[in-house]
Design a protein. Structure first.
Length: 257
């Protein structure tokens, strides 16, 4: 097991919520760095170097949206760099990263703590389709199985993702407005704190029961509309905390989670 842990969260992960659990988000709060940034970025660099095909997919048709997304992330996290498209940025951990506009998602994977999925709605289609992603920290799913699939197919293994939820999520993706991002979170107990946990739909590795788990894994998920391409960006900020730290911050018994 590879432990890269946060000790606190900016929201209560044990709070009861119903799907899809979406809330409005101030644009300035779309992305952020946290205390695990340096360690997570080291792991992201390793995965992008050794398992690139598993963690990054971007077809030619998604390149305009991917470049627009890179511009948006630079404006949010590195505002001093965004206007002039410079050759590099300096991360908070002191690492200098070259900006490669021919590889926008690979660059994003090296400058942001979040994973990013680009979803676009083809003309005449009923659903958004996953056309590109940098996904270093999957939680029991694989990018290869979801790439170029529509929303319902992407969520097929999720028991609670019924037809009603599917329709609400698609309406949400249709209706999200430029400059008005939204967010939600999930939280599940895990025995293994490893960030990169791919699992195929047909796999035979069940997720451990909560009673056996010493870690809480939570994803802060946001959706954002890009103004030029009109693509929807789904970002994932993954946090893993030891059970004791979760309970120390939120004062809830383990049984309530």
């Amino acid at each position: 097991m590879n432990e890269i842990l946060q000790t606190r969260l900016p929201y209560n992960p044990l709070e009861e919520r119903k799907l899809p659990g979406i809330q409005p988000l101030a644009p300035e709060d779309w992305l952020y760095f946290d205390a695990a940034f340096a360690a997570q970025m080291t792991e992201r660099e390793r995965l992008l170097t050794t398992q690139r095909a598993a963690v990054l997919q971007c077809g030619p048709g998604a390149m305009p949206a991917a470049c627009e997304l890179l511009e948006a992330v630079l404006a949010q996290l590195y505002p001093e760099a965004a206007p002039s498209r410079p050759g590099h940025v300096l991360r908070p951990d002191g690492v200098q990263v070259q900006l490669d506009w021919e590889d926008p998602l690979g660059t994003l994977g090296r400058i942001a703590q979040q994973d990013f999925c680009i979803l676009e709605k083809p003309q005449g289609a009923d659903e958004h389709v996953l056309t590109g992603a940098v996904l270093c920290f999957p939680a029991n799913w694989t990018l290869a199985e979801k790439y170029l699939r529509p929303l319902i197919a992407i969520h097929a293994p999720v028991d609670s993702y019924d037809a009603g939820i599917a329709a609400r999520v698609q309406r949400l993706f249709d209706g999200v407005q430029q400059g008005r991002p939204m967010w939600r979170f999930n939280a599940l107990w895990y025995a293994d704190p490893t960030l990169h946990q791919p699992r195929r739909v047909s796999g035979d590795r069940p997720r451990p029961a909560a009673d056996d788990a010493g870690y809480l894994r939570s994803e802060r998920q946001t959706i954002l509309r890009l103004p030029r391409s009109r693509a929807v960006v789904f970002s994932i900020h993954t946090s893993v905390l030891a059970r004791a730290d979760v309970l120390a911050q939120w004062g809830a018994p383990a049984a309530s989670a």
